[in-house]
Design a protein around this ligand. Structure first.
Ligand code: NAP
Length: 647
């Protein structure tokens, strides 16, 4: 069983280190840690309490003076803990933990949340995402069940770690030359994670991240080391693309056809296929005429051509999504001129620590104060995910829904606009250009510490909001006939997110072709299973994207736990495979569609990769994380048809 670790090193004898470190503390997390160290919960019952607000200050509004008071108390408590031989009192009981949860998130959550949140906390060092009972099934049963995993990114590695732990053989087929998925593929300048890094990590593998939002190389390193530490490399076929997978109804197994970069073809037989191919990796080139005519250098952000030195160059950037947001400011530091073409401005959430190093004191606290790290991870998990959901939910009674969809959404809109006004200063023209005219959450909200607006205000940067008419030999011409010449053209135009599992050809029962069946409108039950495609398990499949910035690792952990649960069910019942019942799948998708219409991204009329070409939201999960956690905890056998083994 994979266990979360919360052991820490002894508290230093150097009081100055202790004092300095406390200066960097996240106060609500520190206060919870003090409850563990003292066994006394009264510190949480006084006047110093964080209060939840959407995109608010990380300390929950606790004043500087109050913070100083907590630090002084913590200093005494931790010194006493050190002199007392680092002995912890009895752990807080469930009721206390619930009180601590409510305290640290600055709001009251109902009992429906208790099990979910406390499991996420894993105070008892349990493994909340394990599949109970699977490893206890006869070893031979498990050893005879073979899984093909497609993709060695965050989800594929996770699936492999769990399968290995459960004694189930697997092979990972990876089209790239190394692991890491999105963190391997995207190497553009400025690339970094945009979920708080302390939540963007496997539950069983916390990491002492160098930055609050670490850079691509660091993320890549994390997954690289995971592949090594869990002994996964020998199970991975690199440079190997899956061309097709076909379900053999007679045998109840899958045949997976691959092509190696050398051209060599191979077929893998498996009882189950887990697709972990991600959503955001097939570059989307815009339908702008004349792309072939450009005589300069042109590439997509996800295929960054590092061999070109952009110093002193004139660079055109198409797009202002999360990718351009990160690379354009870096390019502007060296290029002679950067011209950015914006079609729809994104909403920006002020994130002061977006580029910040985790300060030394914070590292020290994470590594020395018992349970501080757990509470910090949890506080971020709430603050940047579930805690924001209420800001993007539609209120049907809200009068005019063009700019905001509820009172909370309006509050956030005003907060974001105030921040843009401050950053733009006297430049009202820029402010008008970059202020969105759709509700916050209608498309991806971007995190920033002012870097983007500072970039736009540079002398060598021009923001063009006229539509592009064409790309020609020397650059881009806009609808107004203005020509923008350049040496380099970078497409920050995103990905074919809704073309799930493309370009693999997947054939299920009765010769059904998955892509023909979906007809551009991918759906799955829980984002994981599709009727008529038995034992095809999708990770990060349709409607499993979380967009108000929870960590997608959480979803993958829920999905993998669920898939392991399905494997356990079929092993127990001696079935060849499981096929999701169509009525279960359809009812679920009706619920998802209705749910998405009540969210900013479903309600707003704005272009976004959350929707497919038919305008349906195919990417996003519309409910709280707790809902997904509950639904995927243990599979319900009634949702599936058990296909018999044919002898
Ligand atoms: P994106 O959000 O889809 O942005 C594409 C941009 O290109 C948009 O600004 C879009 O304008 C513009 N565009 C597309 N076609 C165009 C055309 N014909 N003419 C003019 N403009 C056009 O793609 P992305 O920035 O690569 O980000 C995709 C997602 O990947 C993100 O939302 C995020 O989930 C993920 N991502 C994450 C990170 C991270 O974690 N650090 C970093 C990068 C990306 P419209 O807005 O008008 O469509």
């Amino acid at each position: 069983m994979l266990r979360t670790r919360s052991e820490v090193s002894p508290i230093t004898r150097d009081d100055d280190v202790l004092r300095r470190s406390l200066a960097d503390a996240h106060i609500p997390s520190l206060m919870c840690a003090l409850v563990h160290v003292t066994g006394d919960v009264s510190i949480l019952r006084g006047p110093i309490r964080p209060v939840h607000s959407f995109f608010g200050d990380a300390q929950g509004g606790i004043t500087e003076a109050q913070q100083a008071e907590v630090r002084a108390r913590a200093f005494e408590v931790l010194r006493a803990f050190r002199y007392g031989g680092h002995r912890l009192p009895a752990p807080p009981d469930a009721e206390r933990v619930h009180e601590m949860v409510n305290f640290v998130i600055g709001t009251e959550v109902g009992p429906d949340y208790a099990a979910f949140l406390e499991s996420e906390l894993a105070m008892d060092e349990s493994d909340p995402y394990a599949c109970p009972g699977l490893a206890e099934l006869p070893a031979e049963l498990r050893a005879n069940f073979r899984v093909v995993i497609v993709g060695a990114g965050m989800s594929g590695l996770l699936a492999a770690i769990r399968l290995k732990d459960a004694g189930i053989p697997f092979v990972i087929l990876e089209r790239h030359a190394n692991v890491g998925g999105t963190w391997y593929q995207n190497s553009y300048p400025g690339c970094r994670v945009d979920s708080p890094n302390h939540t963007y990590s496997y539950s069983f593998r916390p990491n002492d991240w160098p930055q609050f939002y670490s850079q691509q190389e660091v993320l890549r390193g994390y997954f690289d080391r995971a592949a090594d530490d869990y002994g996964l490399r020998e199970h991975i076929r690199f440079d190997t693309s899956v061309l097709a997978a076909r379900f053999d109804e007679a045998r109840g197994t899958w045949s997976v056809e691959t092509e190696h970069a050398s051209g060599r073809r191979e077929t893998f037989e498996a009882n189950a296929v887990m697709s972990a191919v991600g959503q955001l990796n097939r570059p989307k080139w815009p339908d702008i005429p004349g792309q072939d005519r450009f005589r300069g250098i042109a590439f997509h952000s996800t295929e960054w051509e590092h061999e070109h030195d952009l110093t002193g160059k004139r660079v055109l950037v198409i797009g202002t999504g999360a990718s351009a947001f990160q690379f354009a400011p870096e390019v502007a530091k060296v290029a002679a001129k950067v011209t950015i073409f914006q079609r729809t401005p994104p909403w920006i959430a002020g994130t002061p620590d977006y580029h910040a190093d985790v300060p030394e004191g914070m590292h020290w606290l994470l590594n020395h104060v018992p349970y501080y790290g757990k509470w910090y991870r949890f506080a971020m998990f709430w603050r940047m995910a579930e805690g924001i959901l209420g800001a993007v939910q539609r209120d049907a009674a809200w009068p005019d829904q063009r700019l905001s969809i509820s009172a909370n959404n309006e509050e956030v809109r005003k907060l974001f606009i105030a921040s843009l006004e401050e950053l733009c200063g006297e430049d009202k023209e820029l402010l008008a250009k970059i202020t969105p005219t759709y509700p916050p959450g209608g498309k991806r909200i971007l995190f920033d510490n002012g870097n983007w607006v500072r970039c736009l205000r540079r002398d060598n940067v021009e923001l063009v909001t006229d539509r592009i008419r064409e790309i020609n030999e020397t650059g881009v011409r806009t609808e107004r006939g203005v020509q923008h010449d350049a040496d380099v053209l970078v497409y920050g135009t995103g990905f074919h997110a809704s073309r799930f599992l493309m370009p693999m050809k997947i054939t299920g029962r009765g010769g059904l072709d998955l892509h023909q069946h979906w007809a551009g409108d991918a759906r799955a039950y829980l984002g994981i299973t599709v009727p008529a495609f038995p034992n095809l398990f999708l990770l990060y499949g349709p409607n499993t994207n979380i967009v108000v910035n929870g960590s997608i690792v959480f979803f993958s952990e829920c999905e993998v736990r669920y898939v392991l649960g399905l494997i356990k069910l079929q092993l127990e019942r001696g079935a060849a495979a499981l096929d999701c019942k169509r009525e279960v799948h359809d009812a679920y998708n009706r619920l998802i569609d209705a749910g998405n219409l009540e969210m900013a991204w479903g309600a707003a009329d704005v272009p976004t990769w959350y929707k497919n070409d038919k305008g349906r939201v195919t990417q996003n999960w519309p409910f709280g994380l707790v809902e997904y956690w509950n639904r995927t905890r243990v599979p319900d056998p009634a949702d599936y048809t058990f296909l018999p083994v044919k002898r």
